[in-house]
Design a protein around this ligand. Structure first.
Ligand SMILES: Cc1cc2nc3c(=O)[nH]c(=O)nc-3n(C[C@H](O)[C@H](O)[C@H](O)COP(=O)(O)OP(=O)(O)OC[C@H]3O[C@@H](n4cnc5c(N)ncnc54)[C@H](O)[C@@H]3O)c2cc1C
Length: 461
């Protein structure tokens, strides 16, 4: 139910019963949409202009900024805008922030530091120190630097915590509201259209931020490029208990028999619990089930395991979209392709893009200038910080998936024998892998490994 303060009736009347074509002021910290919202600090209020046209069951609200989607990218954008004392509303189509989740929850400590985030203990499920990379032959490489590198978070709790943080900074988070369309005027995006409590609502904004995630389509509807379908790989993941795995070691399994085009993973949660997943260019779920039963190493670790739950999703393995802004609109996170193509991980890069977008949007609101020139600063910033890294990871991912299983075996064997992991130990970074890749390519021993595997290159497409 929608509660507005109205001067024709006692406070907090339902819209439509008294307010015909009135300008009223919403006096709640968070506007309640069709479903309950993330709770804010009690007693604090914001004034927001609301025009109600009940005869047409249409309502207009004004915001400084509207964010579409309450994933990490949208929530970090909203937090950044709200922290600069601007009015920002986040619209989330699902009833609860963070659910349903589609993630393995592996986040590097260095990435969290860049984002300025210190998740509380109840969000963190485990800490990991190393990764073991398996070739199809079963030979493996241990990549470790003698310290804890990453945490495994429960994405449902992580996103809920980010939402709480944004609300504490006075962002409004409205759940159960799907954005149906972007509103445009004279070639600029001027807000969004939603359906709330059966009424069409237009939420006008100086800046709109598209943080819809991997299935995003709204920015495409106003002429911005969308992520190509060939960059989207289906993924599936089971959470299991009773697995025989190292509690602080992530495992990655490559090979065309296992996961053509990508890899399978085991991410430990502690006490024999783990996330076992696989992404591939097609049929990820049946492939994962086959791998869990028959893969010579994975199946052995799961002999006594039982499945707790399964989730599906889509990982991105391509480059970011070519344009991420126009007058009135910026695109962040998965919707803009802000991921590491080598792993599909997008929380850190999506979060970085969100923070840059938030700063740009806040400036645009202060200057009352959301022109393409003003919002173009967002793209300039993320490109200078991330694009080189993303290109290097994309090329590495393409190269890895072009090797046959014998080529991957040869690469891992040579990398092991030539101690290439020393370079990773020295220069490795879970997120800024472009720097690590450049370090590896500068090492003549990498060339030896690549040349001897080159005869096994056999592109699949
Ligand atoms: C199986 C799997 C495992 C993964 N593991 C990792 C990992 O370990 N580490 C990592 O960093 N990344 C991982 N990722 C990727 C990561 O989940 C994404 O990169 C990340 O969630 C992107 O954040 P986002 O905010 O851009 O989008 P999302 O988290 O997808 O959030 C978008 C939000 O927008 C909402 N929305 C969409 N359309 C609308 C609309 N029209 N109106 C209102 N709301 C809307 C959605 O409901 C959603 O809540 C994994 C992905 C998969 C599929």
């Amino acid at each position: 139910m929608c509660h507005l303060h109205c001067n024709l009736a006692p406070a907090h009347v339902k819209v439509g019963s008294h307010c015909n074509d009135l300008l009223v002021f919403e006096r709640s910290l968070i506007y309640a949409g069709r479903h309950p919202v993330v709770t804010g600090q009690s007693g604090e209020t914001t004034d927001k202009k609301v025009a109600v046209h009940s005869s047409r069951r249409m309502k207009t609200l004004d915001h400084d900024a509207v964010v579409i989607g309450a994933g990490p990218a949208g929530l970090l954008t909203a937090w950044t805008i709200a922290a600069r004392r601007h009015d920002v509303a986040v619209l989330e189509e699902h009833p609860k922030v963070g659910e349903p989740d589609h993630c393995a929850g592996l986040l590097s400590l260095s990435g969290l530091k860049i984002l300025g985030l210190e998740p509380p203990q109840q969000v963190i499920q485990n800490t990991v120190r190393a990764a073991r990379i398996y070739a199809p032959s079963g030979r493996s490489l241990l990549v470790e630097r003698g310290r804890h590198e990453a945490v495994v978070v429960d994405r449902r709790k992580f996103d809920a915590w980010l939402a709480e943080r944004a609300v504490q900074a006075h962002a409004s988070i409205i759940t159960g509201v799907k954005v149906r369309a972007l509103k445009t005027h004279d070639g600029s995006v001027v807000g969004v259209e939603t359906l709330e409590d059966g009424a069409v609502v237009q939420r006008k904004a100086i800046v709109t931020i598209d943080a819809e995630g991997v299935q995003g389509r709204l920015s495409g509807s106003v002429g911005l490029p969308m992520i190509h379908r060939t960059s989207k790989y289906p993924a599936y993941q089971y959470e299991v208990q009773g697995a025989d795995v190292d509690d602080d070691l992530v495992e990655m399994y490559y090979g065309r028999q296992t996961a053509p085009g990508f890899f399978a993973w085991i991410i430990p949660l502690g006490d024999g619990r783990a996330r076992v997943g696989l992404a591939s260019d097609f049929k990820s779920k049946p492939r994962l089930e086959a791998v869990m039963r028959h893969h010579p190493i994975i199946s052995g670790k799961l002999v006594k395991a039982s499945v707790l739950r399964g989730i599906g999703g889509t990982v991105l393995v391509g480059l970011p979209v070519k344009k991420t802004f126009m007058s009135g609109l910026v695109v962040v996170g998965d919707a803009a392709g802000m991921v590491k193509a080598t792993t599909g991980g997008g929380v850190v890069f999506g979060g970085i893009s969100g923070k840059i977008a938030g700063k740009t949007a806040a400036l645009a609101v202060s200057e009352r200038d959301a022109s393409a020139r003003s919002l173009g600063r967002y793209e300039t910033s993320w490109r200078s910080l991330l694009l080189g890294q993303m290109r290097a990871m994309y090329l590495a991912q393409r190269a890895i998936s072009s090797f046959s299983d014998r080529g991957l075996d040869s690469l891992v064997k040579n990398a092991d024998e030539l101690s290439l992991t020393d370079t990773v130990k020295r220069e490795g970074d879970m997120d800024m892998q472009g720097t690590t890749i450049a370090g590896l390519l500068a090492n003549p021993r990498t060339m030896i490994a690549l040349l001897s595997a080159a005869r096994y290159i056999s592109p699949r497409f």
